[in-house]
Design a protein around this ligand. Sequence first.
Ligand code: 5RP
Length: 221
Amino acid sequence: MTQDELKKLVAREALKHVVEDAVVGVGSGSTVNHFIDALAGIKGRIEGAVAASDASAERLKRHGIRVFDLNAVNELPVYVDGADEVTEHLAMIKGGGGALTREKIIAAVARKFVCICDASKLVGVLGKFPLPVEVIPMARSHVGRELRRLGGHPELRQGFTTDNGNVVIDCHGLAITDPPKLEAELNNIAGAVTNGLFARRPADLLLLGCQDGVRTLKAKA
Ligand code: 5RP
């Protein structure tokens, strides 16, 4: 199977975790696009969705799935999203598509976070994939200096603005051995809106697309 076929496989598997008659949280990226397309097949059985990016919201609407503002939703039983890297402890690097802030907000609200990935995303140590940090534009240089102080090599994502009107700095060269600690440290940098480490609120379940089928990993209690 190709990488895209593996993404499609886990996207379809994630339908089993969608709660009937409820709103489902939908992330962003190419794996999630497959999930949205699969969700269209059961759209009569859900109330609608909240979306982590404008692109996902548009795709949901094109399928005739109602998109809610997160503020209008009291309960979010499940959130389905991809990742750029994930460990067996279900900590992740996200934000390759630049939607990390809205993704982290929806993940915080959701009761259950189901991460869907092809097998190439599973790593022993996070950090080979450059860590995205969403930054208020006037803080760009300051945040860059702080990331350098932490041992990283920051690079401004060229020609890119987030759905929130901010810039993204991709930080290379961090070997992330203690993800929750680094996530908290980065949260303290003035002007950094969100960092792409999802460790303090990891996924609850990982559906990993492998050549011999879908492997399911659960967060350790
Ligand atoms: C976007 C994300 C995506 O989940 C991540 O980039 C994975 O994308 P893909 O499914 O295309 O590999 O965090 O901000």
